[in-house]
Design a protein around this ligand. Sequence first.
Ligand SMILES: C[S@@+](CC[C@H](N)C(=O)[O-])C[C@H]1O[C@@H](n2cnc3c(N)ncnc32)[C@H](O)[C@@H]1O
Length: 435
Amino acid sequence: MSDSHRALECDGRAQSWATRKTAAKSQRKGEPEVHMTDLMRRLSTPWSIATERAARIVDANLPPGLILDPAVGSGIHLASICLATNRVGLGIELDEEAARFSAANMNRLLLKGKDPGRIAHRILIGDGVDASGALSCLHTSLKSGGVAATPPIAMLHVDPARPLDAQNHTLDEMAPPLRPLLEAWLPHMETDDRGPALLLDLSPRLSKKQRAEVDNILDELTPDVNRTWEWLSQGGGRIDRLSVWVGPLASEDNFRSIRMGPSSVESMVSSTEQSLFISEKKTMPPSFDDWIVVVDPSIVESRLHVDWLSTHLNDTYNPIWQRANLRRPVLVSKSPPPSTLISDPFVVAVGRVVAHRLSAPNMENAPTVARAAERAGIGHLVLRCEVDPELHPKIQKRLNKALKGVEGSRGFVIDIPVSSRDGGWHVNFVTCSEN
Ligand SMILES: C[S@@+](CC[C@H](N)C(=O)[O-])C[C@H]1O[C@@H](n2cnc3c(N)ncnc32)[C@H](O)[C@@H]1O
């Protein structure tokens, strides 16, 4: 037996070990109970995202074989794919404690019973890049467990650990690194004419250049195989996940943007081509009564904004992108947005301009900002502009306090770049009423 890896069975023994270490807990209301350390909790894929993806993987008609996750972490994502596809899972994890928790979680999450597949799931402690060491260990372990044939590999899912400031690092600093990982596993994968089934979970903070590097790796290692880049947002004003779906997992379109609700996809936009970058119109500040639409950043980041917006344009609604490259892109128009746009899940907020100011809301001026909003009939004001993340909740609290008991509509403050007389630009803080 290779001593590069050690195999763990996903059984009651693994679960008892984990229970003695840390009780299983539900990460969010309604989700199954799993064992995790604090670090694993931070790194793990939310159950809602894992199960939603797994449901889409079922439709891919994968070739025969098992699901491989060579950086398995908590095992949550692997278990959700195995459950949905009714496949055997092989997880590999460098960190021994995480691997043991992962084996316990697989046991908890997978269906109980005497199905022969049930005894074939394995978590290996060791390096996910060492494919031959892992396969030799798997083979020996399955054989001694009474499973004569080692299944082929139908799909590889990987969610590498990455430095927090991912943009300042090279792709090689992903753990495990993408290129050697794919080079090691691709020769062992079962493929049909659609190429290998890969789901690469990448950092949503990857720069354009880093995304191009991933494309280069895939062009080289999986030539002529379809791939779909996917930006997923859960509506919190940021991109939550960036992934590439390859081969049988790719769709006809090369790019898609998804807005996830609490447990299911609320909207999806996809296209074979990305639009050009938006050239921001830094014109005059929006006038009183102009309409402001705050858009989910995944639509702009995926550069699917033209496809998306075109479905909402009509004879009277023809907005400009007044802010495109910050966290919350903004559309400005004189005429009201159509109801289809107002109810679109990629829209974060819609309002009409009721006040302007040149300085950002802060701890001192929050009561003044609140009074101006109150005069415009606003009873609850939400900060949707860039302010120091540490101060953000404090300023919001102060606004809430100043407006306590005030009857009125909801409103928000947004920052909008506008051109200055000297040819440069500055930021205008605009209060909008959602009435
Ligand atoms: C982002 S986490 C995966 C989280 C997982 N998707 C989940 O839902 O829990 C990445 C994991 O890869 C592991 N890892 C890093 N380098 C590895 C390597 N060379 N081989 C195996 N695992 C590795 C880390 O210990 C970490 O647990």
